[in-house]
Design a binder for this molecule. Sequence first.
Ligand code: GEK
Length: 240
Amino acid sequence: MKDNIYAQPHEALAAFQFDESVVAVFPDMIQRSVPGYQTILTGIGELTENFSQPNSKLYDLGCSLGAATITMRRKAKAGCEIIAVDNSSAMIERAKEHILAFHADVPVELLCEDIQNVTIENASVVVINFTLQFIEPEDRQALIDTIYQGLKPGGILILSEKIHFEQPAIQSAIEHLHLQFKRANGYSELEIGQKRASLENVLISDTETTHLDRLKTAGFDSASIWFQAYNFVSFLAIKS
Ligand code: GEK
């Protein structure tokens, strides 16, 4: 279903929420808004094949409709279990239907919960695909610390985020590329403007340096960007 949530003028723009109206159009919305989304999902599958460990847990934190869960499930090693978490009940209900539609041996537990309250244990792969950016900035380090502690040696964190750039000229040039991407995907100026206003103070981006420093502080001594499309990046951090 096509995303036209912001196609008409909204008199009072409410802060963006992952409610039923968003769930209905979510696959279309994320494909048309996030450059590289599909390639990141493919990479999550490949990294799961390489790094999942038999009889361990895989986590998809902020799972939405379960796109990353579905790609991990195809590639996970024997005896793995996936825990997929989202605090929007509308997302979790729809994710259940999506995931049940695919037959696989790897069990999936779906939790409607704040990702900050989830116990991470015996983990070989943890994915946070475009969700840390919705957590209060002062709470982000604690979450990354918890993930590091719950990972087994050799386990990985895949963290995808929208970022911003320290140099204003670079920020403006790359933001323009993203705007052109949305225009090319059929979003009008009205839609782009209203969506941006509704995400203000809801999606708070960090810089690449802030992310890498946070990963290092948590204990990861190997961490790098493995994918970037404009201002959308994915980091790979490996626990030694
Ligand atoms: C994908 N990973 O398709 N606890 C749990 N869930 C949360 C929280 C929180 N504190 N805050 C936000 N969410 C997905 C895409 S979307 C990204 C992730 C986007 C959830 C929220 O309900 C939404 O489903 C998801 O995080 C972010 O690979 O829409 O830009």
